[in-house]
Write a protein that binds this ligand. Structure first.
Ligand SMILES: [Ca+2]
Length: 87
């Protein structure tokens, strides 16, 4: 999500802080900012919307920490995998 090529606690914390208004979703190094539309292959899902429900919230952060822990979360159809490379 922060375009460092890894799905890890940095992504989890960034999303959780965004959900708590502790950051504005601006990412480093030209990476799409949280909420940017038209980045993911699935149409109209905002960047960071891990579970493709059109909302950025703590549930998306949960998907990241679950991925790290090897826990399978519900996989909505048409939603890219947590670790999918999108561009
Ligand atoms: Ca979501």
């Amino acid at each position: 999500m922060n375009c460092d090529g890894q799905v890890n606690s940095a992504d989890f914390l960034f999303l959780l802080q965004y959900d708590d208004y502790l950051n504005d979703g601006t990412t480093p190094n030209g990476c799409p900012d949280l909420g940017a539309i038209g980045i993911a292959t699935a149409a109209d899902f905002p960047w960071g919307d891990i579970n493709c429900n059109h909302h950025l919230d703590a549930i998306d952060a949960l998907y990241i920490v679950a991925y790290e822990a090897g826990i399978q979360m519900p996989d909505p159809s048409g939603c890219p995998a947590v670790d999918a490379r999108l561009n």
